[in-house]
Write a protein that binds this ligand. Structure first.
Ligand code: HEM
Length: 453
């Protein structure tokens, strides 16, 4: 990783911000409330009419001068959705192979097996019925209702379009996710977006890592769906509804820890950050809530200065998901090719503090990825770094928090004089379903609405 610092240099390319959907480039508000809708298109003309009605509701990545303007809609399509709209076959064939196959078909590779396997997914996730995904996000319920009402008007009275799934999401009162951790901290900056990096030691990514139609980190234009009007300024989006077994997680920590302080420490070692968001790389022994809540400092760190993981274990979730400069010595892995924008949200009620028994409620995260490369970004990170430990010299270890664990794995916490090894790590996260989507640019939405084949 390049550790050049400072503000964004003059970008070599100018991002067409007014054509890019806002959700790919802009952080969600905090607090937030939102809803995800999935729709099926039964009638091609009705589907195109839906796109025509949605297009003016979708905000662009152009910064708005209106501070109240932070409720927005993102629209994306699955392969079957583009097919249902009548996108010509030669164009469908030009999309990334992972997208064409769909997430359910990739399940075995992604570690979606057993309880997480598509057979057990929530209907209709993972089926060819999922065509259109709409995400609405807003700082409060009143504004969300306004946005949802607009979305409703777009699909109401269109007999050939059916809403087939609805998932609410909202920020928990603690401002954290169900396991208790602050999230959404580690994000890459995108060259040309005008949004400064949160990690001053990581140069903004070339725009083509996230938005199609621009050179990426290799200096090349990434493969882009054809025709250009459809692919340009689009991005691939992954969404996964991930149920979190919070009671099981708390029980596991309680059984392994010497006391409450040790519980918090083990929890932090598994994530790479304390619940407050403070990174272990900067405060390995004791939480520093002020650091955790300070956006100017809480992402300002690297790992190569403690290669053996005495501060932050190499197997911790956040270090696996973004090893920063830790793999530079290996020379073969360019971490910048495996970065991603995350737009996850929380769903379901909080398990009250201190409760160790499962209350049966469904709670977790709707994980959302945005990037130009499904294969070398989302799938690579999930399969090579989260579900496998070869890259950190621990082939038997998976990500302790979200890896596809089966109750037999271990998690190693380097410490002196002897390392600590937690055994029998069970699965704490179950995949309830998800899909690979494509979020087109605004011009592309018009092109889709105007298709006449
Ligand atoms: C229920 C599932 C998940 C939970 C509870 C979770 C939780 C977290 C937490 C607490 C952090 C640290 C705070 C932050 O930087 O935002 C984090 C970071 C991160 N996670 Fe996850 N995560 C989940 C799933 C995933 C998945 C499926 C991926 C990718 C395939 C992923 C990729 C990342 C990345 C890239 C980071 C940022 C690392 C950095 O830049 O330091 N996470 N996650």
């Amino acid at each position: 990783m390049d550790t050049d610092t400072g503000t964004e240099p003059t970008p070599a390319v100018r991002l067409e911000l007014d054509d890019i959907q806002s959700g790919a480039l802009h952080e969600r508000p905090s607090p937030y409330v939102g809803a995800y809708l999935l729709l099926r298109i039964d009638d091609r003309a009705a589907g195109r009419e839906l796109v025509r009605r949605l297009r003016p509701l979708v905000d662009s990545g152009q910064p708005s001068s209106d501070p109240a303007h932070d409720a927005w809609i993102t629209v994306a399509f699955t392969y079957h959705g583009l097919e249902a709209l009548g996108v010509p076959q030669e164009s469908l064939d030009s999309f990334a192979p992972e997208f064409r196959e769909g997430m359910a078909a990739r399940a075995a590779d992604l570690g979606d097996v057993g309880e997480s396997s598509p057979n057990n997914w929530e209907a209709p996730l993972g089926t060819p019925d999922v065509h259109v995904a709409i995400a609405t996000l807003s700082p409060d319920r009143a504004r969300l209702e306004t946005v949802l009402e607009r979305a409703r008007r777009a699909h109401d009275e269109l007999p050939g379009v059916e809403v087939i799934w609805h998932q609410d999401c909202y920020q928990l009162p603690t401002g954290r996710t169900s396991f208790g951790f602050k999230d959404g901290i580690g994000q890459p900056a995108v060259e040309g977006s005008g949004i400064p990096p949160t990690n001053p030691r990581e140069r903004p990514l070339k725009a083509g890592e996230i938005i199609l139609g621009y050179p990426d980190e290799t200096g090349e234009l990434p493969p882009m769906p054809a025709p250009e009007v459809l692919g340009r300024n689009g991005t691939y989006v992954v969404f996964r509804k991930l149920h979190t077994k919070v009671a099981a997680y708390r029980q596991y920590l309680r059984a392994r820890a010497a006391d409450r302080q040790d519980e918090a420490l083990i929890g932090a070692k598994m994530v790479g950050r304390w619940q407050s968001g403070a990174p272990l790389a900067r405060c390995p022994e004791v939480d520093d809530p002020d650091l955790g809540s300070d956006p100017a400092r809480n992402n300002d760190f690297l790992y190569a200065d403690h290669p053996r993981g005495f501060r932050c274990p190499a197997g911790a979730h956040a270090r696996r998901a973004n090893p920063r400069d830790a793999l530079e010595a290996e020379g073969s892995v360019d971490v910048r090719l495996h970065r991603m924008i995350r737009r996850g949200t929380s769903y379901g009620p909080m398990l009250p503090e201190g409760v160790l028994d499962d209350d049966g409620a469904d709670r977790g995260i709707v994980f959302v990825f945005a990037g130009a490369h499904l294969g070398r970004q989302f799938e690579f990170v999930k399969t090579q770094w989260l579900n496998d430990g070869i890259f950190i010299g621990a082939p038997a270890e998976k990500d302790p928090l979200i890896g596809a664990n089966d109750g037999t794995g271990t998690f190693t916490i380097p410490q002196r004089p002897i390392r600590r090894r937690l055994s029998d790590v069970p699965p704490f996260v179950v995949t309830r379903g998800g899909e690979y989507c494509f979020a087109p640019g605004l011009r592309a939405l018009r092109w889709l609405a105007d298709l006449d084949t």
